[in-house]
Design a protein around this ligand. Structure first.
Ligand code: PLP
Length: 436
């Protein structure tokens, strides 16, 4: 590993210049542009275990992990073999295969509220489809979402969303019709009082409340005690559905997701990221009664040419099987992530840099400030100028995290104790360099 060196980005610059001629911003998803930290994007050559190698030969300990899916690290051998074996039998049929049922069975066994599940191709599709189902099932139009909650880029959800949009400073996006936005009501995360107020006024019109049970697109914001239970109670009272967007938390904060961790059963659950093992997969599921409203059993339409794709199912099935068969994976993730958080806090104390670390399992983040972060407003108080300096100092030392303070640092099973200690050391030096 080249560490403590200025990053050589000669090839990355050339690759980026070529890309921006034919791809908007040179990227296929905005946050990859690294514009929030004024850097040339990392252009990846390969990944193995906990590391990625860029096109200039720089090696990084990677905590982006493809933004969450890679809980087992890069190019995990069993998963690569599963994908390979599936590929030589045919990459897509647009017809049913047995592995789709095996995958659905695994999900239904693992996720407490899910009796039936439908596979789609991304987290965005999962939330979009779950919202249509909730609206069709309740025959109501309005949705409540939380400020700083990101549920993919469908029109109805691109309103006060976090992460990429928060960093770009776009409150919502041109192209989202007013008539669509009008049906999305946003309230502060962790504020049951605000949810109650909206229900008191509009309760009979609200189809669903959609929530990230651990918010992961404004850094990491855990639910305050009683928040998720309160949402469950209010939605039952008014005949609305509760949708847990577990695209990030599903099979990440534990094998049974956030609903297993907190013991709350939503009506619908959206999944993505980990369940695809690094291939494009999403899913939504819930009780038999609600799920049987979807075509072809029920009248609510949803479809996909590549849904349940055999390669994606092979990767996902391999990932979930590995996670389900080895209970030590989650205890080890917890131990390593706790050590990382503790190391960061110790460094902050020693260098005098104000730092708040939030963590749930292997999802963690640090804000450059001392206040508690409970919602979008408090998350935004993080010192962005300090983050930029810190970010550059970490990259120089071979530590790759998301180029924004509003994204999660994901610890994977491939991170060794040595990786964690190297990261803590680099963090100390970076804090000293940027002001401690
Ligand atoms: N929901 C949550 C909680 C997410 O974090 C994301 C993506 O980051 C999505 C939905 C959208 O998933 P995708 O990017 O696969 O469309």
């Amino acid at each position: 590993m080249k560490s403590k060196l200025k990053r050589n980005d000669t090839n990355a610059k050339a690759a980026y210049e070529r890309a921006i001629r034919v791809i908007p911003g040179g990227v296929n998803s905005p946050v990859r542009a690294f514009s929030s930290v004024d850097m040339t994007p990392i252009i990846v050559a390969s990944g193995q275990g906990s590391r990625v190698l860029d096109v200039d030969g720089n090696s990084y300990i990677d905590y982006i992990g493809s933004w969450g899916p890679l809980i087992l690290g890069h190019a995990h051998q069993e998963m690569v073999e599963a994908i390979w074996k599936a590929a030589i039998r045919g990459t897509s049929f647009g017809l049913s295969t047995e592995i789709e049922t095996k995958m659905a069975e695994l999900i239904c066994e693992a996720v407490p509220s899910v009796e039936m599940v439908r596979m789609v191709n991304s987290g965005t599709e999962a939330t979009m489809s779950a919202l249509r189902l909730a609206r069709g099932y309740t025959n109501r139009a309005k949705i409540i979402k939380f400020q700083g909650g990101y549920h993919g880029h469908a029109d109805a959800m691109l309103i006060k969303s976090g992460s990429g949009v928060a960093t770009l400073g776009l409150p919502d996006s041109p192209g989202v019709p007013k008539s669509v936005a009008e049906n999305t009501i946003t309230v502060p995360y962790n504020s049951l009082d605000s949810v109650r107020m909206v229900f008191e006024q509009l309760g009979e019109q609200i189809a669903a409340v959609i929530v990230e049970p651990v918010a992961g697109n404004m850094g990491v914001v855990p639910p305050l005690p009683g928040f998720l239970q309160g949402l469950r109670d209010i939605t039952i009272q008014y005949g609305s559905l509760l949708i847990f967007d577990e695209v990030m938390t599903g099979f990440r904060v534990g094998y049974n997701g956030a609903q297993g961790l907190y013991g709350i059963k939503p009506d619908l659950t959206c999944l993505g990221k980990v369940i695809g093992g690094g291939l494009p997969v999403g899913a939504y599921g819930g009780s038999r009664e609600i799920m049987e409203q979807i075509a072809p059993v029920g009248p609510i339409y949803q479809a996909g040419t590549l849904s349940g794709n055999p390669l994606a199912m092979a990767a996902g099935y391999a990932a979930l099987s590995i996670l389900g068969n080895d209970p030590t994976i989650y205890t080890e993730l917890e131990r390593k992530s706790a050590r990382l958080a503790e190391g960061f806090l110790q460094n902050a104390k020693q260098t005098g840099v104000p730092l708040k670390v939030n963590r749930v399992g292997s999802m963690l983040c640090s804000y450059f400030m001392e206040h508690d972060v409970v919602d979008y407003e408090t998350a935004q108080l993080s010192n962005m100028a300090l983050f930029k300096k810190y970010y550059a100092a970490m990259i120089e030392r071979g530590i790759l995290t998301a180029p924004t303070p509003y994204e999660v640092m994901f610890v994977s099973n491939a991170h060794s104790d040595e990786d964690i200690e190297t990261t803590i050391e680099a963090h100390y030096e970076a804090l000293k360099q940027c002001g401690g």
